[in-house]
Design a protein around this ligand. Structure first.
Ligand code: GCO
Length: 404
């Protein structure tokens, strides 16, 4: 697939036309929007006395109950796809017990997407793990890969016929690095050995889950997503940079070889010091509420790298900005999409773009501070209200083009 080259319009506006069938969507994750996910390791982590999480998730956006409204919004905006995750801690609340009622809940969600003509994109694991499994060593324990494959097998048996596209694991590289090396995500470890073990289990789990899901009902594209960045290190530190990038990004992209696609999720730039450790933003570069740089180029860089290493079709399965300034969001997403356009012009097989996120939601250790949504959520009443970026993105999706 190839983007038609930018065309000059009379008013000096340039349009980027996307290929026919290019998929436009929004992404969310269960723990960040459903609310009351008390049986997961994250809930426990948020409530631990020494937690680095600034506030607990609580009722989140109550999307567990309000999903019909949220899916209707996706449709009304003109977006073709909704990416959401199914919550393992609800579906398998105890080792080996699978809740029919929880599975039925997600079946209703899938049905609701179909009623609205919205393609449901299902993530099987988005950062949260049932408490019983965390107590058995979580992702440091190699046996977790088999537990995950068993969960996927049961879930797909119940849901597979309605799934439009699947994602085994969301950003395994972030889950292992923040959870086992930096300690800011559950389970809060800071241990090099644990990081290596967790990364290996995630990769093994992806492969096993891929087989299990493919063997079940339904016939949909399946892949994983990886957090990608633009990278920088001082001159002379190229080897160090390559080594860090290899263990953080490349090994996960390599694990996607042979999959139906790879999901690229990119937000900013990672700057390293001489030791190969992350250093802060560059002076003079805008800094966002997340503490990292305003760096829309990350998506283009991520697509190019992921396509080169994984050699499979690419979807941008997440891209967005945590900001209270919706004008800044539109500016950022415009620059991102210009970058996506350049990758298409170069013949890279990019098949869709999902904005993170539909709703202002629980941003993990940052709590409810950063606002990634194109739809605002009143934290008291849960009322949803569209931001200008929502109709802006909807127009791009409906016309399949961006006027810059
Ligand atoms: C991640 C996740 C999302 C985040 C989003 C914004 O990349 O951490 O997939 O859950 O909320 O990326 O930070």
């Amino acid at each position: 697939m190839c983007a038609r080259s930018p065309i000059a319009l009379p008013s000096c506006v340039v349009a980027i036309e996307f290929p026919d069938g290019f998929l436009w969507g929004v992404a969310t994750a269960a723990h960040q929007i459903e609310g009351g996910n008390w049986n997961s390791d994250w809930w426990e982590f948020e409530h631990a006395p020494s937690t680095p999480v600034v506030e607990p998730s609580g009722d989140a956006c109550d999307s567990f109950h309000r999903y019909p409204d949220d899916i209707r919004l996706v449709k009304e905006l003109g977006l073709g796809a909704y990416r959401f995750s199914i919550e393992w801690a609800r579906i398998e609340p105890e080792d080996g017990f699978f809740s029919r009622s929880a599975l039925d809940h997600y079946r209703r969600m899938l049905g609701c997407c179909h009623e609205h003509g919205v393609l449901p994109v299902v993530t099987f694991h988005h950062f949260t793990t049932p408490r019983w499994l965390a107590a058995q060593g979580g992702w440091e324990n190699a046996a977790t890969a088999d537990r995950f494959a068993r969960f996927c097998e049961r879930a797909v048996a119940h849901l597979g016929d309605l799934i439009g596209m699947g994602c085994t694991i969301n950003e395994p590289n972030v889950a292992s690095t923040l959870g086992y090396l930096l300690g800011t995500f559950a389970p809060g470890k800071k241990d090099l050995g644990a990081w290596g073990r967790a990364s290996a289990t995630y990769i093994d789990a992806h492969r096993k889950a891929y087989q299990a899901i493919k063997a079940g009902p339904g016939d949909f594209p399946l892949g994983a997503t990886v957090a990608m960045d633009d990278w920088w290190a001082p001159e002379g530190c190229e080897e160090k940079l390559a080594a860090v990038r290899h263990s953080y990004e490349d090994i996960f992209c390599e694990a996607a070889r042979g999959d139906d696609y790879l999901g690229v999720q990119a937000y900013s730039r990672l700057r390293l010091d001489e030791q190969g450790l992350p250093t802060g933003p560059e002076e003079g570069v805008e800094v966002l509420d997340m503490g990292y740089e305003y760096w829309p180029r990350a998506v283009e860089v991520g697509i190019r790298r992921a396509a080169e290493v994984a050699q499979v079709p690419i979807f941008v399965t997440e891209s967005g900005i945590g900001t209270r300034d919706d004008g800044q969001r539109i500016r950022y997403l415009t620059e991102v999409l210009e970058g996506v356009g350049r990758t298409l012009e170069d013949g890279i097989d990019v098949r869709g773009y999902f904005c993170w996120s539909l709703l202002d939601n629980f941003e993990w250790n940052h709590g409810y501070g950063p606002r990634f949504g194109i739809v605002a959520v009143d934290r008291e009443t849960q009322a949803r209200s569209l931001k200008p970026s929502a109709s802006w993105l909807g127009k791009i999706a409906r016309t399949n083009r961006l006027d810059v």
